[in-house]
Write a protein that binds this ligand. Structure first.
Ligand SMILES: Cc1cc2nc3c(=O)[nH]c(=O)nc-3n(C[C@H](O)[C@H](O)[C@H](O)COP(=O)(O)O)c2cc1C
Length: 367
């Protein structure tokens, strides 16, 4: 018996712009079920029909060849009133067909290089492709089109999740064959993305009462609101980033990713134009981002740190919405900038000279 999902809604509670601005890859999940209407909405956003004639979908497809097929690995108590199991999303009828009973999230996490949040999320969406559908029309170029297409579907899942108060992360690091075996899929299905979906502590803390209370108290007492209420990043200066990543991986810390932001166009070190090069990698540790920084060439505060203090924690970073405004407030208090950079679109970073007492450099980051 197929499980008919509630009809997807076309009205949400946040704007598209807000969903785009808040999209983030989050890897910590609360073991709470999501509702059937949330799952319905996510699957519709990923691949549902959005055309009254039933032909076109929420995601573009080269030549409307529609190579993507979606399976879900639903955990025990993963989705309200849906038993643990592997289900296939039937796009035309917006329903789920049970493919196999049982909770396979742990095996799925193992097949994805032990990324344990796959097991922790109440439900994992697995986007697969039947390449032949697009290949028949476009030959070898079809492969490229399918890879592009899964990106469209993944982004829709990210944005829909945020709009529902849920979070997700796109996972590409897994053994294709093992995932196929865990999901008991036919050879024609090639898994391309695993996207765990659920509620996370991230949103709760981000919008949490404690922070709000602190801010309210500051406002009441007439204290200027400073941006240092919640640490978003810990920056560590290292001699050899490759070796450090290897060492941290052995402790279960990672994966590390390069920065995906636009390049820095204006750099200053102690008020003068900066000419330096760094190797940087990021890993998410719960709410906090871990940044590894290896100075490669040129003079900068990270090299100074390495030479004077050796490897270790260099700064605490704080995400801000308007870096210019925050810097203006701090400059009024006599705080100087050690090193800064501006990005082509907007935003940037500024390391503050807050280390004279206590030795802690604070960084403002606008992304
Ligand atoms: C093709 C692709 C593969 C990815 N694979 C993984 C993965 O295997 N594990 C993971 O934790 N994150 C993975 N990510 C998520 C990236 O780490 C994440 O997008 C990046 O750190 C930027 O963070 P943001 O998504 O919050 O902007 C992947 C992202 C893409 C686009």
């Amino acid at each position: 018996m197929p499980i008919h999902l509630p009809s997807p809604s076309q009205k949400g509670t946040i704007s598209l712009e807000e969903a785009i601005a808040r999209r983030r890859s989050i890897r910590d999940f609360i073991p709470e079920p999501i509702s059937q209407s949330q799952l319905s909405q996510i699957l519709w956003a990923a691949q549902g029909i959005s055309d009254t004639r039933g032909r076109y979908r929420t995601v573009p497809s080269a030549g409307a060849t529609y190579p993507l097929e979606i399976f879900i690995a639903c955990g025990r108590n993963g989705v309200d009133e849906i038993d643990a199991g592997i289900y296939h999303y039937n796009i035309d009828s917006h329903s789920l067909a049970l493919h196999y009973e049982g909770d396979v999230r742990l095996a799925l996490a193992r097949a994805a290089r032990d990324q344990e949040f796959i097991y922790e999320a109440p439900v994992d969406i697995v986007i697969c492709a039947i390449f032949e559908r697009t290949g028949l029309r476009y030959g070898s170029r079809g492969e490229r089109y399918v890879h592009i297409e899964v990106g469209h579907a993944g982004q829709n899942i990210y944005l829909q999740a945020i709009a529902l108060g849920l979070t997700t992360v796109a996972i590409g690091a897994f053994h294709d064959e093992q995932v196929r075996q865990v999901l008991r899929l036919d050879k024609q299905y090639k898994p391309l993305y695993i996207m765990p979906v659920g509620r996370s502590t991230w949103g709760k803390i981000k919008e949490g009462n404690n922070l709000k209370k602190k801010e309210d108290n500051m406002e009441k007492s007439g204290t200027e609101k400073l941006p240092f209420l919640k640490v978003d990043q810990v920056g560590v200066v290292v001699k050899d980033i490759g070796k450090t990543i290897e060492h941290l991986a052995s402790l279960g810390i990672g994966p590390f990713e390069p920065a995906h932001s636009t390049p820095i166009i204006e750099r200053e070190v102690r008020g003068k134009p900066g000419d330096y090069e760094l190797k940087i990698r990021f890993a998410q540790l719960g709410q906090v981002e871990l940044e590894l920084i290896q100075p490669v060439k040129g003079e900068c505060i990270h090299r100074e740190f390495l030479e004077s203090k050796g490897e270790g924690i260099h700064h605490l970073g704080f995400f801000v919405d308007d870096i210019g405004k925050e810097i203006a407030k701090l400059t009024k208090q006599g705080i100087k900038i050690l090193q800064s950079g501006r990005r082509a679109n907007c935003g940037g970073f500024a390391y503050l000279e807050t280390d004279a007492v206590g030795g802690i450099v604070l960084e403002l980051i606008q992304r």
